[in-house]
Design a protein around this ligand. Structure first.
Ligand SMILES: [Zn+2]
Ligand SMILES: [Zn+2]
Length: 275
């Protein structure tokens, strides 16, 4: 294969992956936005302009996620890159769930620390303010990130597949969880049964009632899937994102926060919590 043919194939792969990520976003966020209209009528009332911005930023993020994924997918198919495997018996079967957990834990750790870094004043103003412009977030905010932030998220899985072996089906499962949690955590109401986010499991798992509190109060609840880092570092303020325990709690707090001005984080915390 000549260099030109390879370059064209890589560009096509990146383009196809961008399309897949974009369409996956539109379908998943669209489906949960419809569910929201049915289950919590009026929850997104008056947020049309914000939703438009969330969709625009998310579609730009689709390209940033799609390009590295497309390049790596091409390398996997044509050059034997990555440790993605197709034969489920290449590793013991118990490794399948373990690999999923390893990917989620690695992604969660990366997210927690980059997210805390993005709450420092300069990166917040330059990049992360875009994500927090959603007050309160909606199902469309799942990928509403400034390109700099999208890039920090986009490199995680394409880098991990070079390090941690994973079956292609398990990888698809990880990406499915990533999409599901990205949408439902911003949706404005709790879709999971109460025992999951209130019970002992909820002490360790992040769902909407946890992440909503991050959007309302900013300097807490930084995690993605698990509350491990938040609890270890003293940044966990619990699942009080919704005042009524189900939805909308962040709306009031979020709108009050909005008066703090764009690009600024409200609240005054001791220096140890400022990151
Ligand atoms: Zn968020
Ligand atoms: Zn944040």
């Amino acid at each position: 294969m000549s260099i030109v043919t390879a370059a064209i194939a890589i560009i096509l792969s990146a383009f196809a992956m961008t399309l897949i990520v974009g369409v996956r976003y539109l379908i998943s966020s669209g489906a949960f936005a419809l569910a929201t209209r049915a289950v919590r009528p009026g929850l997104y009332a008056g947020l049309d302009a914000q939703i438009g911005r969330e969709i625009a930023w998310s579609l730009a993020s689709a390209a940033i996620y799609g390009i590295p994924a497309g390049v790596v997918a091409w390398g996997w198919q044509n050059r034997g890159w990555t440790r993605i495997y197709a034969d489920p018996h290449a590793f013991p079967l118990w490794y399948l769930p373990l690999s999923v957990l390893l990917y989620l834990a690695a992604h969660d750790s990366w997210f927690y620390w980059t997210h805390r870094w993005m709450h420092r004043p300069v990166p917040f103003r330059l990049a992360h303010a875009v994500h927090h412009a959603s007050r309160p977030p909606t199902a469309w905010a799942a990928m509403a990130f400034h390109p700099v932030e999208a890039l920090t998220g986009a490199i995680v899985i394409p880098a991990l597949v070079f390090v941690i072996p994973i079956h292609i089906g398990a990888l698809a499962f990880v990406l499915g969880i990533m999409t599901l949690m990205g949408v439902t955590n911003h949706m404005g109401w709790e879709i999971f049964p109460r025992f999951l986010w209130r019970g002992p499991l909820g002490g360790w798992l992040i769902t909407a009632s946890h992440h909503q509190r991050h959007h309302a109060e900013y300097r807490c609840n930084y995690g993605l899937y698990f509350r491990f880092w938040d609890r270890l570092c003293g940044t966990d303020r619990g699942v009080g994102g919704f005042a009524d325990g189900e939805s909308r709690g962040g709306v009031v707090a979020g709108r009050a926060a909005a008066r703090g001005g764009a690009g600024r984080q409200p609240g005054h915390q001791p220096p140890s919590r400022q990151s």
